[in-house]
Structure formats: C-alpha cells, structure tokens
Design a protein around this ligand. Structure first.
Ligand code: PEP
Length: 270
C-alpha cells in the first residue's frame, strides 16, 4: 500500500440537515466556488436527505454527483417508509451509504442487513459506500481490526469479490464522528492498511477499491489526512454542510493527488 494514486473521492453526508432554501444556497455557493477556481482530478458527491434528492438532481453542478444516505434491504413491496435501490437509481443517484454507524447503532442494523443493502444497491447499478468502524470500547479492547474485518466479511460472503469491484469503503471510527476528534495519522494508516490487506487476501485488486476516511474531517485537517498512505478520499459529515468548506476540502484532495502523481509515475518507471 502506498500514497494513493487514485482520483480522490470526496463525499458529503448531510445527514438530517437542510431545507429547500438551504440547499439552494449551498448549490449557489458551490457553483460559484467551482467557477471561480475549478477543482480537477477529484470526484465529488453529496448525500442529502431523501426528500431533497429530486430537486437537487436538477440543480447540482455537473461535477457533483448525487448520493443517498441509505437504501432498503428489500427489493419492493410492503415496507412502509423504505426507499428501494431502483428508486434511487431512477433519481440518478450514483452513490448510496450503507451501514453508517448512526444507523447500525440507533436502528440496530446488523452486518447482514448492511450486506443485503450493499447487494441490492450494486445490482441496481449504484455504488454502495460501505461504512465500517469501531466504537471507543472496541478500540480500547484492541478489537478494531476484528470488528472491521467482520463488517467486510459479511458483505464478501453475500456478494463475493466482484461485489467490491469499483467499490468504496469508508473507514469511520465511531468515536471520531461529529466529535471534533480525528483518529491519529498512524491509526488511520494502520486501519486502512488492514483493510487493503483484507482486500488482498480476498483477491480483490487494491486499485479497484477506494478506501475513504471519515470522522471530523474539515478544511483545516483534510490535506494532512489525504496525504496519508492508503487514504483515497473522505466521507465528510458536518463540514460538508458548508459549501465553501466542502469545496476547500475537495481542493486539498486535488492538491494531494497532484503531489502523489509524480511519485506514482516514478514508481511505475522503476
Ligand atoms: C459521518 O457521519 O459520516 C461523518 C464523517 O461525520 P463528521 O464529519 O461530522 O464527523
């Protein structure tokens, strides 16, 4: 595993925030920022609440893809309140988060539920973003790798290695989400390294999977995080609600990618 030479992926998770008016303001500011100074070589997406998917798909700048925050583990039928993968596809979503820790904890989503969501999203042609991460207690008990491996394994058992092809995994330590605490650089590199090791053991090519870091990433710390080994971008919660911060974070990913490019070239020619 090396400093990433993949196009970084920056995804915003707006959670249950916003309003029609807020969204319009966000889009206006993001568009202005991107026009003033384009951000190349970064893939961007936002995951707004479900009710806003329809309107946002019509007004988001073309460079910012649409994503959803969840998807049903069922295909179709009597599941009140659920949203199917096919519906998300119809709304031109490209990404969907599955297994976010807030849903695992508050709504008791199991690894099995998450794996079913992942499979249906994949079958519908969406890119599921598999969120994995340990709690503070699990970290204190040295169970981080075991927890993450179990979360990955559940998806692997249902979807096989091809399920991860062109996939996205977001490592989000639960204790770092929305707390202002980020994992230390060595912790991030260690967990991303463990994820890539797991992928290798399961014959999943490293180059075909983006592994993002999420947990209190903001414009002030993003460049340092994206420069770490094995970090292919970020899943951004709170800081993505501000269009200026979100674009600044994207800019820092772009700068890191540009620095990594000559390194990747030098490695190829060795
Ligand atoms: C998240 O919930 O996915 C997240 C990363 O949140 P925050 O950036 O606010 O910690």
């Amino acid at each position: 595993m090396q400093t990433s030479s993949k196009t970084p992926l920056i995804l915003g998770n707006w959670k249950m925030n916003g309003s029609l008016a807020d969204n319009l303001g966000w889009v206006t500011r993001a568009r202005h920022q991107l026009e003033k100074q384009p951000v190349h070589h970064v893939t961007l997406g936002v995951c707004p609440p479900f009710p806003y998917l329809q309107s946002l798909r019509q007004i988001l700048p073309a460079q910012i893809a649409l994503g959803a925050q969840d998807v049903s583990s069922e295909c179709v039928g009597a599941y009140t309140g659920e949203t199917s993968a096919a519906m998300l596809k119809e709304l031109q979503c490209r990404y969907v988060l599955v297994g976010h820790s807030e849903r695992r904890a508050r709504l008791a989503e199991t690894d099995g539920d998450v794996a079913r969501k992942f499979r249906l999203a994949k079958h519908a042609g969406l890119t599921p973003v598999l969120c994995v991460g340990e709690s503070q207690t699990e970290r204190d008990n040295n169970e981080t790798t075991q927890v993450i491996t179990q979360q990955l394994q559940a998806v692997f058992e249902l979807c096989g290695p091809e399920g991860f092809h062109a996939g996205v995994i977001a490592y989000e330590p639960i204790w770092a989400i929305g707390t202002g605490r980020t994992a230390s650089p060595s912790d991030i590199e260690a967990v991303h390294g463990a994820i890539f090791e797991w992928l290798g053991k399961h014959q999943i090519p490293e180059a075909s999977v983006h592994v993002l870091y999420g947990g209190s990433v903001k414009a002030e710390n993003s460049a340092d995080i994206f420069a770490l080994e094995g970090v292919d971008g970020g899943l951004i919660g709170g800081a993505s609600l501000n269009a200026g911060s979100f674009i600044d974070i994207a800019r820092s990913a772009n700068q890191t990618a540009q620095l990594a490019e000559p390194l990747a070239f030098a490695r190829k020619s060795l």
